[in-house]
Ligand binder design. Structure first.
Ligand code: ZN
Length: 313
């Protein structure tokens, strides 16, 4: 494809999942931003169920569906994982929202490989990067990025997919799944010792399917760029991805109280521009970016604005 084109995917049902602080207002501010920027938003379809089963355990998917659909209106159920103190809010809208969130990524790769676009941003919730094979945790139900990666492998003849997770928390879901499924490279930069505690250390990097790059409380774009230039981009050059998926969390922003990393909104443009450069080098510019965290509404909105402008560039 000659010119860069960016498609945005979302769905009103992604607002129907109720949880805190991963709340519907996060998506509402982004939908307002797209309108302000004059960007159209395509409806995210339900994910093909076989693409969800291609990643998650079928019994787990059914259990989440039942838990959600058995809720009365205005009632909350609690998904309790087998990990202590880890709970995820579920309500009647949660399953539909999660299926749309995963479906956005699947549709994005379908459109990219049909050469209708070469970049995509999925403005969806619930987020996905903490979800493991049969485990909801950290506000995440289905691993949207990994479902997208496997969908591309299954339907579009893609072999090597890199998932680059710049959310301030460790992408434990992709790390676990990369050890089970072939040819997906799980890269995560995150603040050391945040959620999930004890995960995302460099000890996992012995396996060439995983690259964890822990950052420190107080780090700014300078340290983040050093980490990307010295560790992540060289690894990406070696892997030669045919598709890049960004697990795009914006909670490393200085105004987001959830972390101590000090990124400015514009720093997301700097970082994204380098990811675009890597995609241009390796995979004809193909990038699917899917929303993960980011809890300060104003910081989220401005960071996504810069992310999108760089994806268009
Ligand atoms: Zn996060």
């Amino acid at each position: 494809m000659e010119n860069t084109k960016l498609n945005i995917y979302s769905h009103p049902e992604c607002l129907q999942h109720i949880s805190h602080p991963e709340r519907p207002e996060r998506l509402e501010v982004l939908l307002a931003l797209f309108e302000e920027m004059g960007l159209g938003v395509a409806d995210a379809p339900y994910a093909p169920i076989e693409s969800v089963y291609n990643v998650h355990n079928a019994n787990y998917v059914t259990a989440l569906m039942r838990l959600s659909q058995n809720c009365a209106e205005d009632e909350d159920a609690l998904y309790k994982s087998n990990q202590p103190r880890d709970e995820v809010d579920i309500n009647i809208g949660s399953y539909d929202a999660a299926m749309r969130a995963a479906g956005a990524g699947c549709q994005a790769v379908d459109d990219i490989f049909a050469e209708k676009t070469n970049r995509a941003f999925c403005a969806v919730r619930p987020p996905g990067h903490h979800a493991e094979l049969a485990l909801a945790m950290g506000f995440c139900l289905f691993n949207n990025a990994f479902i997208t990666a496997r969908h591309a492998q299954e339907h579009h003849g893609v072999k090597r997919v890199a998932i680059i997770d710049f959310d301030v928390h460790h992408g434990n879901g992709a790390e676990m799944m990369a050890s089970v499924y072939d040819d997906v490279f799980a890269i995560s930069s995150h603040q050391d010792d945040l959620y999930p505690v004890g995960r995302g250390t460099t000890a996992s990097n012995l396996d060439s399917k995983v690259l964890n790059v822990p950052l420190r409380d107080g780090d700014t774009i300078t340290e983040v760029m050093t980490a990307y230039n010295e560790k992540i981009f060289p690894a990406l050059d070696k892997f030669k991805p045919e598709l890049i998926i960004i697990a795009a969390g914006f909670d490393a922003h200085k105004d987001d109280d959830i972390s101590g990393i000090q990124l400015e909104s514009e720093d997301y443009a700097t970082l994204t521009a380098l990811l675009v450069e890597a995609a241009n080098t390796h995979c004809a510019g193909r990038i699917v970016s899917t929303l993960e965290g980011g809890y300060n509404l104003e910081a989220l909105k401005e960071s996504v604005r810069h992310h999108i402008l760089a994806l268009q560039g």
